[in-house]
Design a protein around this ligand. Sequence first.
Ligand SMILES: NC(=O)c1ccc[n+]([C@@H]2O[C@H](COP(=O)([O-])OP(=O)(O)OC[C@H]3O[C@@H](n4cnc5c(N)ncnc54)[C@H](O)[C@@H]3O)[C@@H](O)[C@H]2O)c1
Ligand SMILES: [Zn+2]
Length: 347
Amino acid sequence: MRALVLERQRELSLRDIELPITPAAGEVKIKVHTVGICGSDVHYYTHGRIGPFVVDAPMVLGHEASGTVVEVGPGVGGLKVGDRVCMEPGIPDPNSRASKLGIYNVDPSVTFWATPPIHGCLTPYVVHPASFTYKLPDTVSFAEAAMVEPFAVGLQAASKARIAPGDLAVVIGAGPIGIMVALAALAGGCSRVIISDLQPQKLAVAGRYPGVATVDITRERLADVVARESDGWGADVVFEASGSPKAYQDIFALPRPGGRLVVVGMPVEPVDFDVVSAAAKEIRIETVFRYANVYDRAIAMIASSKVDLKPLISETFRFDESIAAFERAAEGRPGDVKLQIAMTEPA
Ligand SMILES: NC(=O)c1ccc[n+]([C@@H]2O[C@H](COP(=O)([O-])OP(=O)(O)OC[C@H]3O[C@@H](n4cnc5c(N)ncnc54)[C@H](O)[C@@H]3O)[C@@H](O)[C@H]2O)c1
Ligand SMILES: [Zn+2]
């Protein structure tokens, strides 16, 4: 089957590659419609690795996908041919201790699309477990459904924060993940979100949403704005979504006493962590690794118009333009939030 293959660092090809084509028991075959390009796909392309995950054999990219069920394997209930769906890319061992605890995202044996050595979904058809394939309401487009994956990270962060109605949140970083976190925090009950970045174009996109105030850290200190906006008390929740080590300098000036820090960004190197500043405010610190049990909630929030992800789609490429799409993503244009690849013409 034709696929976008990362042969090795900095070398992509659109070529035939052997992939599963027949659904086994409990699986469905899906005609892929739309695939979003994620920062991790781009990082594998430009660096050939993310931490311990190294691309040492050709790998199909892509993990943010929607499509239509075209074949159903034995024993599948709840899905039928023709259903519009989106797919959760991480598959745990259902019998693992982590799965039994409901924290299947941290199952050590989880496999995840486009994380070496597992092939991703930038190919016309994929075979996937039915239990990680979610039916879409008619009101959710394929393009929006391909955004469920990054939005699920935002929802996981909002859940970990245990938001109380009316909370003031700070989000550090207005990349796709930071914006998803901000929207999830607002939909989850925050009254306001202050989001920071050093790229004005990113802040312009985030600032179009009601309830989101922006801080350009090249012009103002984030801590000063948070102090001003909270009468010196601090934010109830701080989400770190930039992955920048610099974000940790003075980060504990942002939350209020007894507030929370939710770590979403993944710095490539260990960061300095000021234990005493955190302890002096008894900050509760949470980490996020992808998501568990939030896909259906994410779809429901998009369907009910609690969140509108459509403004975040910067451009859509055709499958035969996939390599150009990755070149564009690797450029990191400041105005780009999410680039997508549409495998088929609009249905
Ligand atoms: N925990 C998870 O499961 C999970 C999932 C997906 C992504 N991530 C991580 O989340 C982070 C963000 O992902 P993304 O795709 O949005 O990345 P991105 O690089 O597109 O966005 C990061 C943004 O942060 C901004 N930034 C950099 N330094 C900053 C600073 N000091 N203060 C404020 N903003 C700053 C950048 O200008 C950029 O707009 C990455 O570290 C990524 O690895 C984590
Ligand atoms: Zn992703």
